[in-house]
Design a protein around this ligand. Structure first.
Ligand code: ATP
Length: 362
């Protein structure tokens, strides 16, 4: 498979999506060229750009285009501001995760920036297809209901299948890491007795297949506090969809913010790079967004391709991207870092610095 051409879709999304995805793609192109990694990148429209062109935020043309690719790089989506007449309302991101069964959302949190010298290295493994998310937790329809004009019922769905496979993913990941060989299952089983009881049952079942990995568990509120005071004590965290989403932002705060939190949405057949952060409308268009999360998400996608196909060019390209990004983040010069990291570099300058480092590395 070495050297086989790989086709990736690029979906910029909304807000800072254009800036951070463009940065990730520029770096990817350069690193791929250096590693003789034959790569085809296809631009597909999603979000408000797609709405302007096709009258909907996730047009069938985009879905068809995605099917023809080996993986996807997605920017953030401002679903909250989509027009109510959008046929794809409320959220393309949920549709993609459901359509392609991207059941695992892998969110590494690592001390990278100089400002965060706390030796943090953990991964949140978040279930991605059910739980409290009404856009994906039913076969048909939306999981929130108005029985009368003053009442809303929001449905939570927890299935044995989803719990079993996310638990297995977490233990496999903990086995492959050189870390603490520890999985922490996060839940609220004192309140959500049945749903989180089922989740814990499946986590404990999966644990039996991985005798070298230690399992402990904690209530989501207590783990949120532990993440703030001793993030170094965690290795792999496995949890349900909504808790995973909230805890990843908490954890990102311990290493310098959302600009540094990458993620991969993956299933058995497909994977998608997508930073943890949203569309950040407050800084969109200013050219100051930190593209690190999207850059490292893209490297995660390349590593996933390597794990599936053995394509060493993909792995070498990922290594180059990661090494140069880590080096830049450790830089003491504020001129090289973006504003969120205490520097004054633009997104473009930060990107160019990484490309220069990749060019110089052997
Ligand atoms: P959305 O509604 O799309 O989720 P949001 O603004 O509510 O957007 P985020 O986009 O996740 O949520 O941003 C939260 C905060 O973090 C904002 O103040 C934003 O400026 C900051 N932020 C997020 N991503 C980045 C980034 N890549 N670089 C710099 N700052 C960021």
């Amino acid at each position: 498979m070495n050297g086989k051409s790989v086709k990736l879709a690029v979906l910029e999304g909304d807000g800072i999506g254009r800036e951070v995805v463009q940065s990730a793609v520029d770096i990817l192109r350069f690193a791929a060229g250096k590693n003789s990694f034959p790569l085809e990148l296809v631009d597909l429209k999603i979000g408000l750009d797609a709405y302007k062109l096709f009258g909907r935020t996730f047009p069938p043309e985009t879905l068809d285009g995605m099917r023809q690719c080996d993986g996807w790089i997605l920017g953030p989506l401002s679903a909250g501001s989509y027009p109510k007449d959008d046929k794809d309302y409320p959220m393309a991101s949920g549709k993609i995760r459901k359509e392609f069964d991207l059941f695992a959302n892998i969110r590494p949190i690592k001390s990278l920036a100089k400002s965060s010298d706390k030796n943090i290295d953990l991964v949140i493994v978040r279930e991605n297809t059910e739980d409290f998310y009404p856009d994906r937790n039913l076969f048909k329809g939306y999981g929130e209901f108005w029985p009368n004009e003053d009442t809303v019922l929001s449905l939570r769905v927890i299935t044995r299948k989803a719990c079993a496979r996310i638990a297995e993913t977490a233990f496999r990941l903990a086995s492959s890491r050189s870390g603490k060989k520890l999985v922490t299952a996060v839940h609220k089983s004192n309140v959500l007795i049945e749903g989180d009881g089922l989740f814990l049952e499946e986590v404990r079942r999966a644990a039996k297949k991985f005798p070298n990995i230690h399992l402990n568990d904690g209530l989501v509120d207590s783990v949120a506090m532990q993440l703030v005071i001793s993030p170094q004590s965690f290795d792999v965290i496995v949890t349900t969809n909504m808790f995973g989403d909230i805890l990843s932002d908490v954890a990102a705060g311990t290493v310098g913010g959302l600009g540094l939190a990458p993620s991969l949405n993956s299933g058995d057949k497909y994977a998608m790079a997508q930073a943890v952060h949203g569309s950040a409308p407050d800084i969109a268009g200013k050219g100051i967004a930190n593209p690190t999360a999207e850059i490292l998400s893209t490297a995660m996608l390349l590593r996933w391709l390597y794990s599936k196909t053995g394509n060493e060019c993909a792995r070498n390209t990922a290594q180059d991207i990661e090494r140069s990004t880590f080096e830049l983040l450790a830089s003491p010069e504020s001129a090289a870092l973006t504003v969120d990291l205490g520097g004054n570099a633009s997104t473009k300058k930060f990107t160019d610095e990484i490309i220069e480092k990749i060019g110089k590395s052997s």
